[in-house]
Design a protein. Structure first.
Lengths: 596, 160
């Protein structure tokens, strides 16, 4: 049976001293008296840190923090708050909150203190497999509120007013998307949650679903109500087995509790959700490809219009939102569009989750208000680069995004500023790159990815990326010419303009942005045949230094017989025979081989 | 004959019958292929022909779908499947070196199975465990913060 209330009582040493044990006994006795024992859960927590105001207890839902009371006050608290649902103001600790309700949960640890968690508000706090935990933190309250109090067009009005934009990368205003789908007349409509998180280096959606799956369920149900859909589909990567398991459980539990299914909460609104697995195709994150994949076809994009809002899944009007977008919906409903739109910059409201990875001390998920600078994320939250290495670039937006150099570190994060700098917001991957990486090689890495994932339908993307990859490979092998750089630029701009879908239109971005910001490295590769990071194997020169003791280990390891020298005498590498495999470098125990 | 394995084929047929009872049965094709791979470890041509018959979907269409998605194996895999993550975070943290050491150790390339049928090597495009980069996944288990040496030790432990 779900509990209507949860009481969390601080059981820290200080509160214990103020009779927390007796208080628990008093609460239990009062609940018994009012026959409420089955409806109220009681938990003891570790020290909540408000020792000065002890004893302290928190009553959820509503997050009412009670302090400075004694066991004699318990009958009144149970009678008023639990029975009549009227919190007693004189006991409630109500101090200024820095960040509305979200700051309360996370302490002021530096890593969290500079963040602001809205989409991830429950991640790490609730048991994701327990619906009661979610409900105790105002879960499904937003759904109940819209179903009973707010007309669908007003819900859309609020989302529009909030300024929320799609978090999948393109940044289309969510409210307008909802409005366009709501406007269509049809006997059947769909809400799709796009959880096909395919960007290498991005794991926001995975964590959001694994940590708080009910938020997605609630967001989808609210969207369904607003646009007049009765069916929802979560399209999720098969590579995320735990996330799949948890979203399935959340849907089943929500159905059991009456938040999904027929006649939700007795309001006459019906909505249900099905889970469909992707099968490892990056292009299926593109909305028209995604829908074809759900229909059981090869996921190859089609031209738009018609847009999904007009003719989507099975030809019906369809709303497609990304995981993070949906996670923001319940908050906008509960805390108001106005509050939400007070966060962020002029055109980008709210927060954005980033998956911070690569050469950075604190890897992990961070959620920051829009308008935070790249520098703040990398150095304040991320803790900078490990091992005294030099910062070289930050890559945002995955294979569709770009690499920004140091001069862009003070760029504010919002859709427009990142685009102006030559990258994109993207879905939230943020990879920090240090001096040990070669930018030409990084560009080649991304292009290999998009080339491999190109569905092959349109020529610019299918053939163009292949040619670009050939040129880049040539450059990293030391066979490039000055002309190749211009060719890359020309080809890249052409592919951007002529491709059918977002994949092709953005595939050249990593190459174009690295040429723009790191042109010197390209020039070094083609002119001097040199790779300053020492990554491009073919451009390396191996040399044996005076540290050599003549053990001949390298001579034996060399597959090309390029090393000569007598035992116990300094050896020599024949650069003309050397195939630059690095075998000698790896085997040398004396650090006598230098690569440059 | 792979389809003569009664238990597996009857489980698959039950799954397809259930799929057919739903709205838009053709749209269940990818779910059916997932189920097939779960049962057999890969998508066998004979089994795909059975699916074509049962679901009244052209074999060519099924083949088209099966080859489009990387997740589906078209050849039998070894006892353990090693996926080396080549996502960006792993890449900048040295995934290539890990990959090369595994390649050398098992003497196989992507998509191949070792001679003793113990390991199949696959590339993965981001396993979403970027905080632990570089990572590999063996079957369903993730191993993170690897060095080439650590990776080989882990593989050795599967040999026992």
């Amino acid at each position: 049976m779900p509990k209507r209330f949860n009481i969390t009582l601080c059981d820290g040493p200080s509160c214990m001293h103020k009779n927390s044990k007796e208080i628990v006994a008093a609460i239990e006795a009062q609940l018994k008296k009012h026959e409420l024992s089955d409806h109220v859960g009681i938990n003891l927590s570790g020290c909540l840190g408000m020792c000065a105001r002890g004893p302290v207890m928190i009553i959820n839902p509503g997050y009412s923090i009670y302090g400075d009371f004694t066991e004699k006050d318990i009958p009144e608290i149970i009678e008023q708050h639990i029975k009549k649902n009227k919190p007693i103001a004189r006991f409630i600790i109500d101090e200024d909150h820095l960040y509305n309700r979200f700051f309360r949960v996370f302490g002021d640890v530096n890593f969290f203190g500079k963040q602001m968690r809205i989409a991830l508000r429950n991640c790490g706090i609730i048991d994701p497999e327990n619906i009661d935990d979610y409900i105790s933190l105002r879960g499904y309250e937003a759904l109940a509120k819209v179903l009973t109090d707010i007309a669908p067009e007003k819900v859309i009005g609020q989302i529009k007013k909030s300024g929320l934009r799609g978090r999948g990368g393109a940044g289309f205003p969510t409210g307008i998307k909802w409005e366009l789908t709501a406007r269509e007349k049809s006997d059947e409509k769909f809400v799709i949650c796009n959880a096909d998180e395919g960007d290498p280096g991005a794991f926001m959606d995975r964590s959001a679903i694994e940590g708080d799956p009910h938020t997605i369920v609630e967001g989808m149900a609210i969207a369904g109500y607003a646009i007049g859909a009765q069916k929802g589909i979560v399209y999720i990567r098969a590579e995320y087995p735990l996330a799949v398991k948890r979203i399935k459980k959340a849907i089943a539990d929500a159905r059991k509790e009456g938040f999904l299914g027929q006649n939700i909460l007795g309001t006459g609104f019906s909505f249900d959700i099905e889970v469909r697995l992707g099968a490892g195709a990056f292009v299926c994150g593109e909305e028209t490809a995604l829908m074809l994949s759900i229909e059981g076809h090869r996921g190859m994009p089609r031209p738009r219009p018609p847009f999904p809002s007009v003719s989507g899944l099975f030809g019906r009007p369809t709303l497609i939102n990304n995981v993070e977008t949906l996670a923001n919906i319940p908050v906008i409903i509960l805390d108001g569009a106005q509050w939400f739109s007070s966060l962020g910059t002029e055109k980008s409201k709210g927060t954005k989750v980033f998956a911070l990875a690569g050469k950075i001390k604190n890897t992990g998920l961070v959620e920051v208000p829009m308008g935070t600078t790249l520098r703040q994320i990398i150095y304040n939250i991320g803790g900078g680069i490990p091992g005294d290495k030099q910062f070289k670039a930050v890559q945002t937006g995955g294979p569709s995004g770009g690499c920004l150099s140091e001069e862009y570190l003070d760029t504010k994060i919002d859709y427009e500023s990142l685009a102006a700098a030559g990258s994109i917001m993207g879905s939230g991957g943020m990879i920090v790159i240090d001096e040990d990486s070669c930018m030409v090689n990084i560009a080649k890495f991304f292009l290999e990815f998009t080339q491999n994932e190109s569905c092959g339908k349109c020529t610019p993307c299918r053939e163009g990326t292949k040619r670009m990859l050939e040129i880049l490979t040539r450059i990293t092998e030391g066979k490039g010419s000055q002309e190749d750089i211009d060719k890359l630029l020309r080809l890249g701009n052409m592919i951007k303009k002529a491709s059918l879908c977002g994949l092709g239109q953005s595939a050249p971005n990593p190459v174009l942005s690295t040429i723009k910001n790191f042109r010197a490295e390209y020039e070094e590769h083609v002119r001097d045949k040199r790779c300053r990071a020492g990554v491009c194997r073919h451009l390396l020169v191996y040399e044996i230094t005076d540290k050599c003791v003549g053990c001949s280990a390298c001579k034996k390891a060399c597959p090309a017989e390029a090393i000569s020298g007598a035992l116990k005498q300094k050896h020599l590498i024949d650069v003309n025979k050397c195939v630059k495999c690095g075998a000698c470098f790896k085997i040398c125990k004396f650090g006598a081989i230098k690569k440059s | 004959m792979i389809v003569s394995d009664d238990r597996k084929i009857s489980e698959l047929k039950n799954f397809m019958r259930e799929a057919k009872s739903k709205e838009h049965p053709d749209s269940q094709l990818i779910s059916i292929l997932h189920k097939t791979q779960e049962l057999y470890g890969y998508l066998d041509q004979e089994v795909m022909s059975e699916i074509a018959k049962e679901m009244s979907i052209p074999t060519a269409h099924i083949w088209g779908v099966a080859t489009f998605y990387h997740y589906f194996n078209l050849k039998p895999t070894g006892k353990h499947v090693i996926s080396v993550c080549l996502g960006t975070a792993c890449y900048v943290k040295g995934a290539e070196e890990i990959l090369n050491s595994i390649r050398q150790e098992l003497k196989i390339d992507f998509g191949q199975t070792s001679e003793d049928k113990l390991f199949t090597l696959q590339e993965a495009r981001c396993l979403g465990a970027c905080g632990l980069a570089p990572v590999i996944m063996i079957d369903d288990k993730i191993y993170g913060s690897l060095t080439p040496k650590k990776a080989l030790e882990i593989i050795k432990s599967y040999r026992k």
